[in-house]
Unconditional design. Structure first.
Length: 331
């Protein structure tokens, strides 16, 4: 939807083919922290995209809000990183990347980390895309691409054949299957993440807390998300009681006030996993009108504004905002 919204804003006529409901997979399931969890642990290619996207987020949200009444709940909640973590690497990375930080008693405070409430961002972005004239064909599955003369001549779907000048695959964890005949440059596969949701009084948790792979994310109305696992189990979205208990126990250790909170939900989503969390944002090397914007792994929501801008620049033949060699299709 971010790609469609950006292209429509540039004057393109855009149709989204969606096998179920737009935004109902990993975008809905995620936590919405607008930062690599521990950026000093990631490749520069991930941080470059994330930092560029974070810099555009406030304006992107304002643009969406101008066309939608739904509030994505974008706010700067900040994030506390609890020990153990590598103090030296963390401080060096923050200093080198101009991230404000404070270190006190082995707690790293990152005051500028923001968040969105994923389901509400989806609702807002959907309304904004429709307002720009984007057509949604939901509950419509892509069956095959009709390729001839090094171009996609049409897309066969369960609702018939569609023809367009340009085709972009943004199918998340399902991208590999959609592009079976023209595989992407990097392996994109589902990586399950399980999460919990509690309801506490508003203000119980004022900031995101992270410790050794576990994070607690507060919402403005008192809901608190707890996540998340990273499981290589294929297209299996089932949840299990053992994981639920482990996540809950770890969260209670960090925030004992959750003992008085109401347990709401336990769910999972399938992230579009890719090596080193590096997405593919590129034109196919042989098929002139086929593009991909996928494989963002844990940071699709974080990278959404910049990824949409970059793929739009490619399609419109504009000068790219950054070096795209790390995100290219197989050549």
């Amino acid at each position: 939807m971010a790609t469609a919204f950006r292209l429509a804003g540039a004057g393109a006529q855009v149709t989204i083919i969606e096998r179920n409901t737009c935004g109902a997979e990993s975008s809905w399931a995620g936590g919405g922290i607008l930062s690599p969890l521990m950026p000093w642990q990631y490749a520069p290619e991930v941080n470059i995209l994330c930092n560029a996207s974070i810099a555009r987020y406030a304006d992107w949200i304002a643009e969406i809000r101008s066309l939608s009444d739904a509030d994505p709940e974008y706010w700067t909640s900040g994030m506390q990183v609890l020990s153990p973590f590598d103090n030296t690497d963390a401080q060096a990375w923050c200093a080198a990347n101009n991230w404000r930080y404070e270190l006190d008693d082995d707690v790293l405070w990152l005051p500028d980390v923001a968040q969105v409430r994923n389901p509400r961002l989806i609702k807002s972005l959907r309304a904004a895309a429709l307002a720009r004239g984007v057509q949604l064909l939901e509950h419509t599955e892509t069956i095959a691409f009709d390729i001839a003369h090094e171009r996609v001549q049409g897309v066969t779907t369960t609702q018939g054949k569609l023809v367009a000048d340009t085709v972009i695959t943004c199918a998340g964890a399902w991208s590999q299957g959609v592009l079976a005949a023209v595989p992407p440059s990097k392996t994109i596969k589902p990586m399950r993440g399980q999460m919990l949701l509690f309801k506490a009084p508003a203000g119980t948790l004022p900031t995101v807390i992270y410790q050794q792979g576990l994070y607690l994310i507060p919402r403005l109305d008192g809901h608190i998300l707890v996540g998340s696992t990273v499981e290589d189990v294929g297209f299996d979205k089932t949840t299990d009681m053992n994981t639920r208990n482990k996540l809950a126990e770890a969260a209670l250790t960090i925030l004992p006030a959750l003992r008085q909170a109401e347990f709401i939900q336990h769910w999972s989503g399938l992230r579009p996993g890719s090596p080193d969390n590096i997405p593919t944002i590129a034109r196919h090397p042989e098929i002139a009108n086929l593009y991909i914007n996928s494989g963002h792994f844990r940071y699709g929501v974080t990278m959404a504004p910049i990824s949409a801008d970059l793929i739009t620049e490619m399609i419109l033949g504009q000068t790219s905002s950054m070096d795209m060699s790390a995100y290219r299709w197989r050549e």
